[in-house]
Design a protein around this ligand. Structure first.
Ligand SMILES: *[C@@H]1O[C@H](CO)[C@@H](O)[C@H](O)[C@H]1NC(C)=O
Ligand SMILES: *[C@@H]1O[C@H](CO)[C@@H](O)[C@H](O)[C@H]1NC(C)=O
Ligand SMILES: *[C@@H]1O[C@H](CO)[C@@H](O)[C@H](O)[C@H]1NC(C)=O
Ligand SMILES: *[C@@H]1O[C@H](CO)[C@@H](O)[C@H](O)[C@H]1NC(C)=O
Ligand SMILES: *[C@@H]1O[C@H](CO)[C@@H](O)[C@H](O)[C@H]1NC(C)=O
Ligand SMILES: *[C@@H]1O[C@H](CO)[C@@H](O)[C@H](O)[C@H]1NC(C)=O
Length: 270
């Protein structure tokens, strides 16, 4: 429990930053109280994706990350949780989804995003090794609910439940922030994955950086939360690079950032 408490204390810093009146003096504008639902807590016009992605990010192989279609993200999130892996018939680990909790870091200046994410990763890695989804939710909900955006998990391919593929979901529908939002039921998205490049610092232990555009199902976008998601600043999350026993499973702790662009809450950007 002690290691968890340290993690919660650190995450509570986010609630403090959000509540700190002089955040505005750094140029961070909080949303007016009259519009408390949906969108980010602080303005996101300060955030530049190109400053997070090294200029040569697409030079080390993989499928390149394209530029976003809109200038500013709607959400900037810290993701803390688990990635699951299963051992295939070829004795190598393959992804089997996972479960992570998402926090709003829009009130932290961009220069602090990557170091804060690594700081949280060190505390999360020091916490007990195996955690169930229920524990992740119970424990993280103790952190000021105002900074909790929602959950990230994977589902079977909505376009073909039997092809064995999985798709990522970002789900804010249960977050307190959306409790009064009239479009709450659509505050999620299911994405495809078309960009995937190795982590620039340590591709052995850190999960790849991704570009995940919204998935179309029967010609319609699957969700309205956003149209494009970028995953980067990975800390851990990969399976060990060793041969495994077919059928076995493992969990790997993952701490990283997601930025979401486009979607139905774009008009909340300020
Ligand atoms: C990931 O693993 C956890 C714990 O083993 C399990 O509760 C969860 O359902 C798994 N998620 C997926 C998508 O397989
Ligand atoms: C779904 O995937 C299975 C397995 O790959 C394939 O045999 C089937 O044709 C697919 N169905 C559709 C509708 O694409
Ligand atoms: C939702 O609306 C209720 C009733 O007006 C209010 O008391 C509550 O603070 C609101 N919650 C949020 C998160 O905006
Ligand atoms: C990546 O991390 C592993 C585990 O900490 C370490 O053994 C390895 O040397 C690192 N590789 C690079 C390129 O830093
Ligand atoms: C995994 O190990 C193999 C063999 O040692 C090596 O060729 C490969 O580059 C490693 N992959 C990663 C992602 O580190
Ligand atoms: C981004 O814009 C390109 C070019 O207009 C378009 O082809 C693509 O579908 C857009 N991506 C998303 C996720 O909307």
């Amino acid at each position: 429990m002690y290691a968890f408490m340290k993690l919660f204390s650190a995450l509570s810093v986010l609630a403090l930053v959000n509540a700190f009146p002089s955040a505005e003096s750094f140029g961070f504008q909080r949303r007016a109280n009259s519009t408390p639902t949906g969108g980010s807590i602080c303005g996101t016009k300060q955030f530049i994706l190109a400053n997070e992605l090294p200029a040569d990010i697409n030079n080390d192989g993989g499928a390149p990350l394209p530029k976003p279609n809109t200038t500013y993200p709607v959400y900037t999130a810290l993701s803390v949780g688990m990635q699951n892996y299963t051992c295939g018939a070829d004795s190598t680990w393959g992804p089997l989804g996972g479960y992570t909790f998402l926090f709003d870091i829009s009130c932290l200046p961009q220069m602090h995003h990557a170091p804060f994410t690594s700081f949280i990763a060190a505390l999360w890695d020091a916490a007990p090794p195996t955690v169930s989804n229920e524990q992740i939710i119970d424990l993280f909900e103790q952190v000021n609910p105002g900074t909790a955006l929602g959950l990230h998990y994977w589902i079977a391919d909505p376009n073909n439940a039997t092809d064995g593929k999985i798709n990522a979901v970002w789900d804010f529908t249960k977050s307190e922030r959306y409790v009064n939002d009239t479009n709450r039921a659509n505050a999620f998205l299911v994405a495809a994955e078309t960009g995937n490049v190795p982590d620039p610092k340590n591709s052995t232990v850190n999960s790849p950086w991704l570009y995940e555009p919204i998935l179309y199902v029967n010609g319609k976008k699957d969700g309205q939360l956003a149209d494009e998601v970028y995953r980067f600043n990975s800390n851990g999350g990969n399976a060990p690079n060793n041969s495994c026993f077919p059928g076995s499973v493992l969990q790997s702790k993952s701490t990283l950032n997601f930025w979401l662009f486009g979607g139905a809450w774009e008009d909340t950007i300020h």
